[in-house]
Design a protein around this ligand. Structure first.
Ligand code: CP
Length: 303
């Protein structure tokens, strides 16, 4: 049976926990590549990215290769998309060429709605518009679990352009499922409504920092704004995670950012690699989370 990986909302808590455990297994066996190198043998994964990416595309590629799979990187700009080929026809074409699974990134929030019933191979959401980024959600949960063991009861402050963030979208779905609190901060016009019964609160940034176990900083997604005048210095003063603001953090609190980050805007240069930052560990976890997702997808949704 074909299983797509499209939204954390469609998974049970135990399914997500199994994926986290499997990702942790891959993390712990990162220096024993022979143990896992057979798992995607003879499988071909196509990365189809209609929006730019560094981390997601490369980590899906590395994940597939670590599992012994092969990878096709489809680049729309150099393809027949330029001659009018639709997303559906691109996917059908890759399917007919023998690809076994497709990771797809697209600017359309609802790109998977029609595709999922027609595709004869697993589709993996690698970021859909401002809606969801479930593989990022999984790697964020893996990072939080490594740090705190249990997600329940955690407070995760999220500051920035929440309204246009698919990363925040997936994290908020997870907060409801695993009963941790997401505290949103940032410019009022870039927030989504609080929803206390689903563990989504609002607090001014400086107050959120004092409560947080983890702080997830988000960049302003300028590509999703029609008209936003951003003064980087003013933004940094009001909402940037500065060295001065780190004094408000609890000693055990960690700093996260999905990337790409704009040093000196939402996060100070010195904070990116601060002792409390887990940003690069979080990024590295993208490989292990995506190994778990690819294995799951190629096994028809079984671990
Ligand atoms: N976090 C993330 O999705 O980064 P990329 O856009 O570089 O893939």
């Amino acid at each position: 049976m074909i299983k797509h990986f499209l939204s954390l909302a469609s998974f049970s808590n135990s399914d997500i926990s199994s994926l986290i455990q499997r990702a942790q297994f891959f993390y712990e066996h990162k220096n024993q590549p022979d143990k896992v190198h057979h798992l995607l043998k003879h499988k071909i994964i196509a990365n189809v990215f209609y929006e730019p990416s560094t981390r997601t595309r490369c980590s899906f590629e590395i994940a597939a290769k670590r599992l012994g799979g092969e990878v096709v990187n489809f680049v729309p700009e150099n393809s027949s998309v330029k001659k009018g080929e639709t997303v559906y026809d691109t996917l059908k074409s890759l399917e007919s060429l023998g690809v076994n699974a497709i990771t797809l990134r697209h600017s359309d929030d609802y790109v998977f709605e029609e595709l999922q019933s027609k595709a004869q191979l697993p589709l993996i959401n690698a970021g859909a518009g401002k809606h969801e980024h479930p593989s990022q959600g999984l790697l964020d949960l893996l990072t939080l679990t490594q740090e705190f063991q249990n997600l329940e009861g955690l407070k995760v402050a999220v500051c920035g352009d929440i309204k246009h963030s698919r990363v925040a979208g997936s994290l908020m779905i997870a907060a409801k499922k695993f009963n941790f609190k997401v505290i949103l901060s940032g410019p009022t016009e870039l927030l989504v409504p609080a929803d206390e019964k689903n563990n989504i609160a609002h607090l001014p940034f400086d107050e959120a920092l004092t409560q947080a176990d983890a702080v997830m900083m988000l960049r302003i997604q300028l590509e999703r704004h029609e008209s936003l005048e951003l003064n980087p210095k003013t933004y940094h003063t009001q909402f940037g995670l500065t060295v001065e603001r780190l004094k408000a953090l609890k000693k055990h609190a960690i700093i996260m950012h999905p990337g790409p980050f704009n040093r000196g805007v939402e996060i100070a240069d010195e904070v990116v690699e601060h002792a409390q930052s887990r940003i690069f560990k979080q990024m590295g976890n993208g490989v292990y989370a995506r190994m778990a997702i690819l294995e799951w997808a190629m096994n028809g949704g079984k671990q």
